[in-house]
Design a protein around this ligand. Structure first.
Ligand SMILES: [Zn+2]
Ligand SMILES: [Zn+2]
Length: 269
């Protein structure tokens, strides 16, 4: 099984990372994509530890919309910062990037510019992107259209949207990565959407340390807990968890495309 999006270089894992890796391996998690904030030195400082303990980890990096405000008036720096971070992490994707209108931690016009600059960089580098979009579907698609010019590939991370939103993302050729939220009692609408998704566009993620699935809800999330989410989705779709896990592996490889790596990509930090 592949955890397509988590933050295991977060300080939340500083004290017991070896145990986290051991539990993940025991649970059958073979690969994870670790998201790094391009301008968070504390996360990059932990990459050697992550890499030593778990060589199968691959990396994605970008400026998160929460942190976009730092680039107000100096948008040109975004590409420089992300490009350097992507080289340093030997990134297989750029992410997470996008628009966050729920918390609105950065002015929306700045979020737009930071997002657009990173999409353009992804197109230039030929890397897929991982999008964080919350309460911002229309603007996300408008910016994708303009900055991506139909050439950007990617995944909607933490997808909890409607059927119509799923269709829009699928029409762009995007993957949808389903989080542990799908196990929450009130997520009936999301479960209905997940039943209908094409099997070759589905990814699953923990977003650890956030969003732990039932029965770990409220606790620190970790990649091992992906099994709960995969089991829930497998049941919804009437397949075995083993078949689901194999499908996720194939889909993740397809998501990586040309950057597919049979031997782990090594960060150079
Ligand atoms: Zn996110
Ligand atoms: Zn995330």
């Amino acid at each position: 099984m592949v955890d397509s999006h988590c933050h295991i270089a977060d300080e939340a894992f500083a004290d017991d990372f070896d145990a986290v890796v051991a539990r993940s391996r025991a649970a059958g998690i073979t690969r994870v994509m670790c998201i790094l904030s391009s301008d968070a030195e504390n996360e990059f400082a932990r990459v050697p530890v992550v890499q030593a303990a778990w060589p199968e980890v691959c990396y994605a990096t970008a400026v998160h919309p929460h942190r976009a405000g730092a680039y107000a008036g100096r948008i040109a720096d975004v590409q420089r910062v992300v490009r350097a971070a992507a080289t340093r992490a030997n990134a297989v994707a750029l992410g997470e990037m996008g628009l966050e209108y729920h918390y609105d931690k950065a002015p929306r016009d700045v979020q737009h510019e930071v997002f657009a600059a990173q999409i353009a960089l992804a197109v230039e580098l030929g890397l897929p992107i991982a999008i964080h979009t919350r309460e911002a579907t229309e603007d996300t698609h408008a910016i994708l259209r303009e900055a991506g010019q139909g050439r950007v590939r990617g995944v909607m991370h933490c997808f909890t949207g409607t059927q119509a939103e799923a269709t829009r993302a699928l029409d762009l050729g995007f993957y949808l990565s389903i989080p542990g939220i799908v196990t929450f009692p009130k997520a009936g609408a999301l479960r209905d959407v997940v039943r209908t998704l094409p099997e070759d566009r589905l990814l699953v993620e923990t977003d650890a340390p956030y969003l732990a699935p039932v029965p770990f809800r409220g606790k620190r999330n970790e990649p091992a807990f992906l099994t709960q989410t995969v089991a829930a989705i497998a049941e919804l779709r009437g397949v075995t968890a083993v078949a689901m896990g194999e499908r996720l592996r194939l889909n993740f490889d397809a998501f990586l495309g040309a950057r597919r790596v049979d031997t782990p990509a090594k960060a150079v930090v």
